[in-house]
Design a protein around this ligand. Structure first.
Ligand code: UDP
Length: 350
């Protein structure tokens, strides 16, 4: 797949946070995104850069119809369930949607000879065991997911890799670290329901639109006692998908690549960045640790550079938090299309 060749890209989950930013990046690069989403957690208002197909990834006939109708030449597969806590309560749903759904996408691609896949994976595939707790994570580090969510992402990767070997597909799995921020031109951004992520919760607390933030533990073995994470601007993450789509991989090739900045930021540093962005202190209190939170999750992003030619261009926490604040103040967030804050649909509809 050469740079410059226009692709028609089926973007499953393209109505969600990272999917919508990637659809915009594809469009701006001259590709054609076709969003395929069941709107169980995404938003119709976030589909702006190409056609929309309302469908579930477990509906293989609908997937092949969408591929045929739009002349799809590649797939970026975001659609899936993401809440780690919920995966513990409902592993059945996570395996069905994240692994069964990925099998459906692969089968539809094989049926229609679509040769290239980019898959949303996660740093959750690594877990905590078998590595130096504070060292940057490399792709070859041990895989020991600590949740059913991480299990399903690792299983999805392995299914895809086996499919590449057996059927000549080429694929890149992108292992995301902490996606954050929003497109600075506004109008799309993070809107999870329920929201569990640090940056939007800290901003909501700072704006008085949410409860005071609970800081989950300040007694970790880290420089300031709070957890270190690798926050990656969502526009950088979107660019990594375009790079993965265009990467020169052989037929049958499979790559799993970390997508992060390589810089660890503590929870306290994030709170201070929100303080500065809002010009006031963020109400917060230290609480107990959250179950399963490792002290540090920071990428070694060198393979993303060598395999994809990609590096983060917006690693500054100031920029990430500033863009997130601009989004939370945007009329599309909450006040405009209310769907951006709509409650999620019942499990049965997923
Ligand atoms: N965190 C926190 N309070 C919150 C939410 C998150 O202290 O209300 C901490 C969490 O313990 C972790 C970091 O912020 O150290 C990032 O958490 P988030 O849920 O945003 O992402 P995760 O790293 O779990 O994918």
């Amino acid at each position: 797949m050469n740079r410059g060749t226009r692709q028609v890209v089926l973007v499953t989950g393209g109505a969600g946070y990272i999917g919508a930013h990637t659809a915009k990046a594809l469009y701006e690069r001259g590709h054609q995104p076709v969003v395929y989403d069941n709107l169980s957690s995404g938003f119709r208002e976030a589909v702006r850069w190409g056609p929309f197909v309302h469908g579930d990834i477990r509906d293989r006939a609908r997937l092949t119809d969408a591929i045929d109708a739009h002349g799809v030449t590649a797939v970026i597969h975001f659609a899936g369930l993401i809440e780690v806590g919920r995966s513990v309560a409902r592993p059945d749903l996570f395996w069905d949607v994240n692994v069964g759904g990925t099998a459906g996408v692969l089968e539809a691609m094989r049926a229609r000879n679509v040769p290239r896949l980019v898959f949303s994976s996660s740093a959750a595939v690594y877990g905590q065991s078998g590595r130096d707790a504070l060292a940057p994570i490399r792709e070859a580090d041990p895989k020991a997911p600590s949740s059913p969510y991480g299990d399903t992402k690792l299983a999805g990767e392995r299914l895809i890799e086996a499919h590449c070997r057996a059927f000549g597909l080429s694929a890149v799995a992108l292992r995301y670290f902490n996606a954050a921020g929003a497109d600075p031109s506004g109008g799309i951004g993070e809107a999870h329901e329920p929201e569990t992520h640090l940056i939007p919760l800290a901003i909501a607390a700072g704006l008085g639109a949410g409860s005071p933030l609970t800081l989950f533990g300040d007694d970790f073995d880290t420089p300031d006692g709070t957890c270190l994470r690798d926050y990656i601007h969502v526009c950088d993450l979107a660019a990594a998908h375009v790079a993965a789509l265009e990467a020169p991989l052989p037929a049958g090739g499979f790559e799993a690549v970390n997508v992060g900045t390589g810089h660890g930021r503590s929870v306290r540093e994030v709170i201070q960045a929100v303080d500065r962005a809002l010009g006031r202190p963020t109400p917060h209190a230290v609480g107990p640790r959250r179950a399963g939170d490792p002290p540090s999750l920071v990428a070694d992003p060198s393979r993303a550079r060598s395999v994809l030619g990609w590096t983060a261009t917006r690693p500054s926490l100031e920029e990430i938090v500033g863009d997130a604040v601009r989004w939370e103040r945007h009329p599309a967030y909450g006040a405009g299309p209310r769907a951006f804050r709509a409650p999620r649909v019942a499990d049965a509809a997923e």
